[in-house]
Structures are given as structure tokens and as C-alpha cells.
Design a protein around this ligand. Sequence first.
Ligand code: NAI
Ligand code: A1CAB
Length: 264
Amino acid sequence: MARIGFIGAGNMAEAIIRGILGNRLYAGHEILVYDANPQRMDYMVETYKVVPAASNEEMAERAALLVLAVKPQVAPSVLPSVAPHIDGDQSIVSILAGWSLETLRGYFRKGSLVRVMPNMPALVGQGMSAISFEPSASEALKKTVLDIFAATGEVEVLPEHQLDAAGALSGSGPAYVACFMEALADAGVREGLPRATAYRLAAQTLKGTAAVQLETGKLPAEIKDMVCSPGGTSIVGVYELERGRMRAAVIDAVHGAVLRTKEL
Ligand SMILES: NC(=O)C1=CN([C@@H]2O[C@H](COP(=O)(O)OP(=O)(O)OC[C@H]3O[C@@H](n4cnc5c(N)ncnc54)[C@H](O)[C@@H]3O)[C@@H](O)[C@H]2O)C=CC1
Ligand SMILES: O=C(O)[C@@H]1CCC=N1
């Protein structure tokens, strides 16, 4: 049996595989992949020396731990043919946005189920994964799954009812942050900075500010206050953000993503 198999070998599967290989959790020959797109299969096999499966069904027969990494809209056409091949000592890790453990259990009669909401920065080992286990999950399974996602960044075990919120915040969050980064860089260009310089300044500013929060534990409000001198420049910028309803827009963005998650 392969240690792990990926149903769908797109962006997120690739990010997880990079983490596994980079941290030497498993070797390429212990990782099975299947993707409906033959060019994608070729790319994954050539780049990561992973093992191609002939079909999702074969994968289900041959992988001890199966990662569901297709789009949620594709899952209903994939799972009915995969589920009958799963037996009681296999495990299924789903990264499908909006798919509850209960919904998954409707397809999988056997096997342990885990739900994970990773995020795109897993690609560079800076991911944030929210993870929910079934109450019956064994300690061995918990360790295996935590090790896999810790190899792509940080992990947080959450009760399942919090997973849609986590998905809308940290799962979708890189898209919002990228919009903010782009706006910051556009602003720099407007004020005369070269484009490449503006991106570098914007990206490192986001990374550095996040690092201060993570490393000092300071509240975002305290960090803002450390930057805004009385009568200075930054507080004028903060005032303009408030006038633009930046906070309300972000809160609305996450709420919109939660509502969409519930539709999937
Ligand atoms: N992209 C992101 O930032 C995040 C995505 N997710 C979840 O991860 C999952 C995968 O997303 P991505 O990797 O972004 O999508 P993707 O589109 O990059 O990858 C999906 C892959 O599935 C393949 N595929 C389509 N039909 C198939 C089939 N019948 N059998 C096997 N493979 C098939 C596609 O060819 C594609 O390579 C989704 O369920 C999404 O909700 C979760 C967190 C973050
Ligand atoms: O937008 C999506 O469907 C996925 C789920 C979380 C991040 N991206």
C-alpha cells in the first residue's frame, strides 16, 4: 500500500506534496496521485517523482490515507465510485470547502474521516490549516494528519462547526490579502515608485507586520498604535481607510465567503 494518495493533483495537492517531500515525511515512491488531466499527471510525476495511479478507484484500493483534493463541485461525480473501495483501516482526508464530515460520511461507510481547510501559502511552507477529526479518530491518525499539514505550515485543531469560518478567513484569506497587497503597490506606483519596488515594499510590509503579531503576541490595535505618531502621517492614512469602510468591507468579505461555503 502507498502511504498517501491524492484524488486530484491540482494546486493544493501540489502544495501538500511539496511539504511532505521537503520534510522527508514520505518519499515520492510512497505517494500516489491521480488527476483527470493527463498533462497535470505528467507534470506531477516528472517534477516530484510520485507514482501515477490509473484511476481514482485504483487509488482508493492502494492508498492507506486518501486526500480528496478535487473541487467541491466535482466531488459528487467522483466519490460514489471511490467509496466502495475503502475499507475500515484506511483514512480519508477531505480538503473540500464546505463539505461537512456528515456529508462525507454519506458516501464513505468505512474508513476514518478527517476534514482539513488548508490555505495556498502551504506552497511555500507558510500555510495555515484548520483541522477537524471525528470523535472516534485514533491518536495515530491524528499524529499522521498533524505531521502532514505541519509540513506545510501551521496547524490548528478546531471543532467542526468552526471550520467554515476558518475556511472563509484563512482558506480564502490569501485572496483578500493579495488584493490589499496589490492596492498598496498600486498606491506606491501612483506616488512614483517603480512597480517592482512597490511590490517588494508592499509584500515585506505585510510579512513583517504579520511576524510582529505572531512573535510578540501584540494585538493588531497595539501594532497600529506603535506606527501612528500623534499628528503624524500614518494616522492620516488610517483615517482614510476608515472613511473607505475598510474594516466593514473585510468583515463583509469573510461573511460572503461563509454564505457561499454553505451553498457548496
Ligand atoms: N486553492 C485554495 O486556496 C484552497 C483550496 N481548497 C480546496 O482544495 C480543493 C482543490 O482545490 P485546488 O487545488 O485549488 O483546485 P485545482 O483546480 O488546482 O485542482 C483540482 C484538480 O482536480 C482535477 N480533477 C478534476 N476532475 C477530476 C476527477 N474526476 N478525478 C481526479 N482529478 C480531477 C483537476 O484536473 C485539477 O488538477 C478544493 O476542494 C478546494 O475547495 C481548500 C483550501 C484552499
Ligand atoms: O475559493 C475556494 O473555493 C477555495 C476554498 C478556500 C480557498 N479557496
